[in-house]
Design a protein around this ligand. Structure first.
Ligand SMILES: Nc1ncnc2c1ncn2[C@@H]1O[C@H](COP(=O)(O)OP(=O)(O)OP(=O)(O)O)[C@@H](O)[C@H]1O
Length: 684
C-alpha cells in the first residue's frame, strides 16, 4: 500500500500579547507568553492511505452500475445514495429528500456522506457495498469533534470576543475598523457572518460552525503586526491549520444557490457579500491549498468565480484550483490595477459586480490565439518579480542566477558521488518549504527518518543532539511545514511514483517534488543501451508531469564516471543528452579542483531556461548544522566561469526554449572577497 507521511501546514507565528492574556494558561501556544506548551498530537506523523490502485471516474461509474447503485455525475464528484444513513435520516430540516447524499471524489474515490458526515476511501466504500464491514470511518474530518483541549479554548476565546459594535468605546471600534480596512463594511454584514473582535489580542475572530448547525468547530484569529511602517496580518487557527477546514460563509449558503464567489480571505468575502449580495465563501487556508475534502460542499454550484487576490501567486492558485473544481464551471478574476482584492476594491469605491463580470472562463481550448494570451503576458511583464517565482531566503546567489523557483519547471541536479547532493538539495527544498511551497519528497536512497533528521538540523541551524531540551520546540515548528514524504525505499516503477505524485498534487496542492534519485526508477537493466533508454523515458515522464501539473520537479541524477580530477559538465550527467535538453535548469554540485579545503564546494548553474543567466558560486559546508548556506557576514561572490569547452562565453543570447545557453559571465553586485578562491581561474 502506498503511504504518504502526513505533516501539517505553514508555521504559526507567535503573537506577542500583553495584559489579561499573560496568565491565561489554557490558551493555545501561539497566544501564550510563557514557553510554548507541548501539544501532543495524536496524529503526528500519521500515515495517510492512498488507494492501492488509482481509481478513475470511469471505474467508479462502472462499479456503481455493476452493483445497481443509481448515481448522478457531478462536477468533481459522483453522487449516490448513502449506505451510511438510516431511512429516518433521509430528510433534511426542510423535509426535502437527501437520498443522493454520498459524494464520491472522481479523482481519488474518497467519499463523504453529507447526512451522517461519515467518510472514507474508495476501498472502504467497496467494502461497505460488498458487505465487508460498514467501511465508513466515523468522522475522520469534518464531523470530528475538536480535541477536548481545543474545544475549551475555542469556547473560551469565542465567549470572550464581542461584536465590534458592542465595544464600550466607540473610538476602539473605529480603530479596529481602520486597522482591518473595514471602514466601509457595515455592522449588518459583520453580524450576518458572526464576526467578533477579541480585545486583548486586537484580533478579529471568524467562527467555523460545523455543517448542519452542530455548533462551533473552530476559530480563525486575524491580528495585525507592525513590520517597519507597514502592517502585516497574522492568522492563527484553532485547530491547527492542517485540521482547519472551514469554508467561511457556508451557513449563509442556501441549497438553491447555483453561483458562488470564492475568495482567499474572510475579509474579502465580507466585502463581496455586502456589495454584490452574491453567495461567497472564503477558503480556509487562502491560496495555499484547496483540500479535496471541501469539494462536496461546492458541488451544488453551476458557476464558481475565483477572486483570490491581487498578485500573480493568487492568479496561479486560481488556475490550479479551477482544475480541481472542473474548469468548465469556473471563471477567474484576473489581478490588475483596476481589479485589486475585493476588500480593497470596496475601499477604493470600485464596482465589484462589474469586476465580477470581467471574470475570464478558466476553460481553455487546446489552441489559443495571442488575443487570449495577451493579458496573461501583460500580467507577467508587469509583475516581473513574482513571475520569477519564489526566492530562496538562504541562497541569494541562486536568486541572482535563477531569479526564483517557478512552477511547472524541471530542475536536474547532479554532482559526484558522496559530494553532498542530498544534503544540499534538502536545504534548498527546505528553504522554499518554509516560505509556503508545498513540498513532496521522494527519497529512495536514504530513509525518511534520516532525511527528516538532516532537515530538522538544517531547520534549526545547529546540532540538536546537544540541545535535546529544544527538540520538541523545533519539532513542533517543523511539523507545521507543508512537507510530505513518499514512503518508497529502493527500486520503484516510474508509473507508481508518478501516480503518487499526481495524487499528492490533487490532495495537498504540492508545488515542488524532489526525487532523490532517478537511478532508483531504472530497474535492473544491465545493458547500457537499455539503461539509457529507460532513463530517457523516465525523464520524459517527469517533464510531462511538471508541465501538466504545473508543479516543479527537482530530479537528482548521478553523473557518469569521470576522471576524478575533472570538473563535471552538463554532458557529464549520466545517459544521453535528454536530461539536459528536457530540463529547464541544470545544477551541478562541484567538489573538485575549484574547491579548496575540506567542506568547500561550489554550485554551478549550467542551464537556466528562464533568462539564460548561468554561473557558479561557492558553498561552505557547516558540519554541525549540515547547511551550505552562507552565513550573512561572509558574502559569496558570483564569478565568470569557462564553458564546457574551456572558453569564457559572451553574454547569453537568450533563454531560448530547448537550447542550452552558454555558460557566461554572471552579474555580481558585490565586492570581491579576497578570502574566497578566484573561481574564474581553475587550476587545471
Ligand atoms: N561539503 C561537505 N563536506 C564534508 N562532508 C559533507 C559535505 N557535504 C555533505 N557532507 C557529508 O557527506 C555525507 C554524504 O552526503 P550526501 O548523502 O548528501 O551525499 P550525496 O552526494 O547525496 O551521496 P550519493 O552520491 O551517495 O547520493 C553526509 O554525511 C554529509 O553530512
Amino acid at each position: 500500500m502506498w503511504v504518504l507521511l502526513r505533516s501539517g501546514y505553514p508555521l504559526r507565528i507567535l503573537l506577542p500579547l500583553r495584559g489579561p492574556w499573560m496568565g491565561w494558561r489554557a490558551l493555545p501556544r501561539s497566544f501564550s507568553l510563557a514557553p510554548p506548551r507541548r501539544r501532543y498530537r495524536k496524529e503526528a506523523l500519521a500515515t495517510l492511505e492512498v488507494p492501492v490502485l488509482p481509481v478513475t471516474a470511469t471505474e467508479i461509474r462502472q462499479y456503481l452500475r455493476a452493483h445497481g447503485i443509481p448515481f448522478q455525475d457531478g462536477h468533481s464528484c459522483v453522487r449516490a445514495p448513502s449506505p451510511f444513513v438510516g431511512a429516518s435520516e433521509l430528510k433534511d430540516e426542510t423535509g426535502a429528500a437527501t437520498s443522493f447524499s454520498l459524494f464520491i471524489d472522481k479523482t481519488t474515490g474518497r467519499f463523504l456522506c453529507m447526512t451522517s458526515l461519515a467518510e472514507g476511501s474508495w476501498e472502504d466504500f467497496q467494502a461497505s457495498v460488498e458487505g465487508r464491514g460498514d467501511g465508513a470511518r466515523e468522522g475522520v474530518l469534518l464531523s470530528e469533534a475538536p480535541e477536548a483541549e481545543d474545544s475549551e479554548e475555542i469556547q473560551r476565546i469565542w465567549d470572550r470576543a464581542v461584536p465590534l459594535w458592542e465595544l464600550p468605546e466607540p473610538e476602539e471600534a473605529q480603530l479596529a475598523r481602520v486597522m482591518f480596512g473595514l471602514t466601509k463594511v457595515t455592522d449588518d454584514t459583520l453580524k450576518r457572518f458572526s464576526v467578533r473582535y477579541l480585545r486583548p489580542a486586537h484580533s478579529l475572530v471568524f467562527p467555523w460552525f460545523s455543517p448542519g448547525g452542530l455548533g462551533l468547530r473552530g476559530l480563525k484569529l486575524l491580528g495585525p503586526e507592525g513590520q517597519g511602517d507597514r502592517v502585516h496580518y497574522v492568522e492563527t487557527t484553532i485547530p491547527q491549520p492542517c485540521a482547519f477546514h472551514n469554508l467561511f460563509g457556508l451557513p449563509l449558503i442556501s441549497r438553491r444557490d447555483v453561483e458562488v464567489v470564492l475568495t482567499s480571505r474572510e475579509l474579502d468575502s465580507l466585502a463581496l457579500s455586502q456589495s454584490t449580495g452574491l453567495p461567497t465563501l472564503a477558503l480556509p487556508r487562502g491560496i495555499a491549498c484547496l483540500p479535496p475534502a471541501l469539494l462536496p460542499y461546492l458541488e451544488q454550484f453551476r458557476r464558481i468565480v475565483l477572486w483570490l487576490g491581487d498578485d500573480l501567486r493568487s492568479w496561479e492558485a486560481a488556475k490550479l484550483f479551477a482544475r480541481k473544481l472542473n474548469p468548465k464551471r469556473c471563471s477567474l478574476v484576473r489581478p490588475g490595477d483596476q481589479q485589486p482584492s475585493p476588500l480593497e476594491a470596496l475601499n477604493q469605491g470600485l464596482n465589484l459586480s462589474r469586476i465580477l463580470r470581467t471574470a475570464l472562463p478558466a476553460w481553455h481550448k487546446s489552441i489559443v490565439s495571442f488575443r487570449q494570451l495577451r493579458e496573461e503576458v501583460l500580467g507577467e511583464l508587469s509583475n516581473v518579480e513574482q513571475a520569477a517565482g519564489v526566492r530562496w531566503s538562504r541562497f541569494p546567489d541562486l536568486n541572482r542566477l535563477l531569479k526564483g523557483h517557478r512552477k511547472g519547471e524541471l530542475t536536474v541536479f547532479t554532482g559526484p558521488t558522496g559530494s553532498g547532493k542530498t544534503t544540499f538539495i534538502s536545504e534548498y527544498a527546505l528553504d522554499l518549504c518554509t516560505q509556503g511551497v508545498n513540498t513532496l519528497w521522494g527519497s529512495f536512497e536514504i530513509s525518511n527518518v534520516r532525511l527528516a533528521r538532516v532537515m530538522l538540523t538544517q531547520f534549526a541551524v545547529g546540532r540538536l543532539e546537544e540541545q535535546l531540551d529544544k527538540y520538541d520546540e523545533w519539532a513542533d515548528r517543523f511539523e507545521d511545514l507543508p512537507l510530505y514524504f513518499m514512503t518508497f525505499h529502493g527500486q520503484q516503477s516510474i508509473r507508481t511514483v508518478i501516480d503518487t505524485m499526481q495524487h499528492a498534487v490533487y490532495v495537498y496542492d504540492i508545488c515542488h517534488v524532489v526525487i532523490d534519485n532517478l537511478q532508483f526508477m531504472m530497474g535492473h537493466e544491465q545493458l547500457s543501451t537499455d539503461r539509457i533508454a529507460a532513463q530517457d523515458y523516465i525523464i520524459g515522464a517527469f517533464r510531462k508531469f511538471a508541465t501538466d501539473s504545473s508543479c516543479h520537479v527537482t530530479l537528482v541524477i548521478h553523473p557518469r564516471k569521470e576522471d576524478d580530477d575533472k570538473e563535471l559538465q552538463t554532458a557529464s550527467i549520466f545517459g544521453s543528452a535528454k536530461a539536459s535538453q528536457e530540463a529547464d535548469n541544470v545544477l551541478i554540485l562541484q567538489d573538485k579542483r575549484l574547491a579548496t579545503g575540506p567542506g568547500k564546494r561550489y554550485l554551478q548553474v549550467s542551464k537556466n531556461r528562464f533568462d539564460g543567466d548561468v554561473g557558479v558560486f561557492p558553498l561552505e559546508f557547516n558540519k554541525s548544522s549540515l547547511t551550505f548556506s552562507i552565513p550573512p557576514k561572509s558574502k559569496a561572490r558570483l564569478k565568470k566561469v569557462k564553458d564546457d569547452n574551456g572558453l569564457v562565453a559572451k553574454k547569453p543570447s537568450s533563454g531560448k526554449k530547448g537550447a542550452v545557453p552558454p555558460i557566461s559571465e554572471t552579474h555580481s553586485d558585490q565586492a570581491p572577497n579576497p578570502n574566497k578562491p578566484d573561481l574564474s581561474k581553475p587550476s587545471r
